[in-house]
Write a protein of this length. Structure first.
Length: 318
């Protein structure tokens, strides 16, 4: 005779599972990547630096995509919402992320801890030689990352904010990550100093797509002659008189090389080359954005090394 148990071989297992399930629901959830604290960073340069410091202790979400322009990139509604759901927001500030700063302000008002890295890194101000815009002269320059020593200070402060505001992280691990990265940044400064020693004093003059290398010039002893866009933002545009003034300054300084950001078209630099009679080189730099992985500047350290080599070669062979 066939029993009920043999007719339904899975019935006993099902009953056992139903008896155990309520107890399982009362157990603490297992930790996963989704349970880690979240740090949201606006720019991809700061995002790479923050990831080095946070390591495996927190999920780092970077809003700015590779090869984007920090002055003009925007956020979707979902991306803006991540700022208010973060345990910590890290942003450059000093007016850099022009379309994102209001969302950072919303997160601050919602009670999210925020850290403005640029303001904490001993910012320089634009001088008359740095910017053709009267409104910018004396205003803080947001491009502090071109000086690795200031990045070292910012890295230390990011570690402080993570250990202070982000619950659930191993503070010792974060501190160890920060110390390791600070040593790499110190080594970068030493290497850049030695590389730039190859550039003769009379060739230490920079003309760029827009004013972005003031910190590098200040740290390593360069002169900023001018920029094709006489402003600290790519959203500005030059007038014909601006271009005429710049070509005159370049001729006076004997400058024949323009450094332009690789993530943006070089049309304006090409126009300036035409103004100078064609005897001008345009050298690409990675000035305001990292590239995608394998693109030549996918970390802050690789970006600065690539730029150092491009600047040194451009100024010694131009």
């Amino acid at each position: 005779m066939t029993t009920g148990t043999t007719r339904h071989p899975y019935r006993r297992a099902l009953l056992l599972l139903l008896g155990v399930l309520p107890g399982l629901l009362l157990l603490p959830a297992c930790s996963s990547g989704e349970d880690r604290p979240r740090i949201v960073v606006t720019t991809n340069i700061l995002g790479d630096i923050t990831r080095e410091i946070a390591g495996a202790e927190a999920e780092v979400t970077v809003l700015m995509r590779p090869n984007a322009d920090p002055h003009s990139f925007g956020l979707s509604a979902a991306e803006a919402a991540t700022l208010e759901q973060a345990d910590l927001v890290v942003f450059n500030g000093l007016g850099l992320e022009e379309n994102v700063l209001r969302h950072v302000g919303n997160a601050r008002r919602a009670g999210v801890p925020v850290f403005e890295a640029g303001a904490a890194a001993d910012p320089l101000t634009y001088r008359s030689a740095d910017s053709g815009s009267q409104g910018e002269q004396g205003a803080p320059d947001p491009h502090f990352w071109t000086d690795p020593d200031r990045v070292r200070k910012a890295a230390r402060l990011i570690a402080d904010r993570i250990t202070e505001h982000v619950d659930g992280v191993d503070r010792n691990a974060v501190r160890a990550n920060a110390l390791r990265y600070e040593r790499q940044l110190a080594d970068l400064t030493t290497w850049m100093t030695r590389s730039f020693e190859r550039v003769p004093e009379d060739r230490r003059a920079l003309v760029t797509n827009h004013h972005v290398f003031g910190y590098l010039a200040d740290r390593f002893g360069f002169r900023v002659i001018g920029a094709v866009i006489p402003s600290g933002t790519t959203l500005a545009s030059p007038s014909s008189s601006d271009l005429h003034s710049l070509t005159r300054a370049m001729r006076d300084a004997g400058v024949r090389t323009i450094f332009a950001d690789s993530s943006r078209p070089q049309r304006l630099a090409e126009v300036l080359r035409e103004e100078m009679g064609g005897d001008v080189r345009v050298v690409e730099l990675y000035s305001e954005s990292l590239t995608e992985e394998g693109g030549g500047a996918d970390t802050y350290l690789s970006m600065m090394r690539a730029n150092t080599e491009a600047l040194t070669n451009g100024l010694t062979t131009g």
